[in-house]
Every structure is written in structure tokens, then in C-alpha cells.
Design a protein around this ligand. Structure first.
Ligand SMILES: [Zn+2]
Length: 237
């Protein structure tokens, strides 16, 4: 995947709009240089996506189509991850998609949004972004989802189904009737785990401080985050 978002302008102006109550999806046309043929063309990039008012755009975020570009000259197709603010007013969450921390102007929205019950998160990659939308739309805690993924990973390796090196992905699938489904994938096989939410709640209740997460800086809650918790707890960080 080509990531060339250094060529894309700053996103400060969108963040100010977030302080308002209703935000509209917002895109603009920028010049882009094809990484293959080096010729320029115009692309539409989205600064802000409001899922509740633009269901089609929400679908294009989850499928990754919003980030898929096609060069009109050489016809190459490729993905470009660029910074984007994703707002879901129905499920009350805001995601900042970027490898960089949220800009100051976005962090300033933390307090009013937290007061309104919003979950605020950063996603470093497109994969994390798509998964996070699904988790938060399902109305479950992403801390719980990361814990379930971690537990599934441990179970998979402890039972000799595959080594840590062989695992290519640990994915959140869905939560239905209080059961979370996680799939662990190796190159040639996969295995699904069905984990009751009550079990995860109990696990968290044993050490609530460890899993406590604030909205303060649009935190990154992913597999690296959960692994860092255990390393710190073991004193091996
Ligand atoms: Zn091209």
C-alpha cells in the first residue's frame, strides 16, 4: 500500500467545525502525483465523514473505497491513507485516522464531546480504522475487544494450533447476543473463538485500573496497546 500523505495539506480547519453540534461530511480536491507514472491528477479526499448522515460514505470507509485511488494516466490502482475525522453521532464516537497524534485543535474538542458521552480514538492504520468502526457500531467496548483478541491469540498458541510467527491476523468479527466472535488466522487456516462478554467483564473487573482508558488525547487502543499493558505489569517494559 502506498502512503503518501505528506503531500496532503494540514487538517486543522476541520477540527474547529467539530465543536459545533452538527457536522457535515466534507471533501476537497487536491493534486496528487501518481507513485507509478509520476504524472499528476486530481483526487477527492475527505477531511470529515459523518456516518449518520452519509451511510454510503460510511460503507466506503469500511470497505476502504474512500482510500482507493485510480490513476487516469497509467490506470494503476492503489490505496492512500490520509488523515480523516470520522464522526458517528448515532453510536457516539469520533475517530482520528492518522499515524500522527491528534492535532491540538482536535484535542480541544475532547472535553465537550466526552461530556456528551462520546468515545474518542485514534486509528493508526486503515485496518484498525475499519475494525474500530465495526466494534463501536456493535456497541461494545474496544478495550474488551482487544482483550478478547489477545486471549484468543494466547489460546491459539498455547493449544499448539500455530506459533506466534505463523499468525497473520487476529480479527474482531462481531458481537451477537452477548457473545463476541474473534478469528485467528494463519496462512492456510483460521480458527474462531466465541467469547461471552460476561467473561471479559469479569477479567477486566479483576484489575480495573489496568484497563482504564480516558478520551484525553484520542488514545490508540490496539493490539500493541494491550500488549504494552502486560509488559508493564510484568515489569519487562
Ligand atoms: Zn499513473
Amino acid at each position: 500500500m502506498k502512503k503518501l500523505y505528506t503531500s496532503l495539506p494540514e487538517h486543522d480547519r476541520i477540527c474547529v467545525k467539530l465543536k459545533g453540534v452538527t457536522v457535515m461530511s466534507n471533501s476537497r480536491i487536491v493534486k496528487y502525483t501518481c507513485p507509478y507514472c509520476k504524472r499528476g491528477f486530481d483526487v477527492e479526499i475527505w477531511d470529515t465523514v459523518t456516518a449518520s448522515s452519509d451511510p454510503d460514505l460510511r460503507d466506503r470507509c469500511v470497505s476502504g473505497d474512500v482510500f482507493r485511488l485510480s490513476c487516469p494516466h497509467c490506470k494503476e490502482e492503489f490505496m492512500v491513507q490520509y488523515p480523516l475525522v470520522y464522526i458517528d453521532e448515532d453510536h457516539k464516537f469520533v475517530l482520528w485516522l492518522s499515524e500522527q497524534e491528534a492535532p491540538v485543535s482536535l484535542k480541544q474538542t475532547t472535553k465537550p464531546l466526552t461530556e456528551r458521552g462520546y468515545v474518542l480514538r485514534r486509528c493508526a492504520s486503515l485496518k484498525e480504522f475499519c475494525e474500530k468502526i465495526q466494534i463501536l457500531e456493535d456497541g461494545v467496548s474496544d478495550v474488551m475487544a482487544e482483550l478478547a483478541k489477545f486471549d484468543s491469540f494466547i489460546e491459539f498458541t498455547d493449544n499448539g494450533k500455530g506459533t506466534a510467527e505463523e499468525i497473520t491476523a487476529v480479527e474482531y468479527q462481531r458481537t451477537e447476543n452477548g457473545i463476541m466472535k474473534i478469528t485467528v488466522r494463519c496462512a492456510d487456516k483460521g480458527m474462531s473463538f466465541l467469547i461471552p462478554l460476561t467473561m471479559l467483564e469479569e477479567e477486566i473487573a479483576q484489575n480495573p485500573e489496568l484497563y482504564e482508558v480516558g478520551n484525553d488525547i484520542f488514545p490508540l487502543i490496539n493490539s500493541e496497546w494491550i500488549m504494552s499493558l502486560y509488559q508493564e505489569a510484568d515489569g519487562t517494559a
